[in-house]
Design a protein. Structure first.
Length: 75
């Protein structure tokens, strides 16, 4: 999993996603879950092209998706 953003930058990007996209982060996470099974960067590219997201927002969504998926595996 690739992460270039600091934790603070990641949280700031997530906080801006609803205003910038008109959709909540939880909606985007469902979209990723229902989307194609791809690697990290391929998912970022898919979100950018299919849903017209900015690179930073797409990357933050995929990173958050991976963080939550990893947390579920630990339970």
């Amino acid at each position: 999993m690739s992460q270039v953003f600091s934790e603070e930058t990641h949280r700031n990007l997530l906080a801006r996603i609803p205003h910038s996209t008109g959709r909540e982060v939880s909606d985007w996470l469902r979209t990723v879950d229902e989307g194609p099974a791809l690697g990290f960067e391929e998912k970022v590219t898919w979100l950018r092209h299919e849903h017209n997201l900015a690179y930073g927002h797409a990357k933050a969504i995929i990173h958050e998706y991976d963080l939550r998926r990893a947390a579920r595996k630990l339970l």
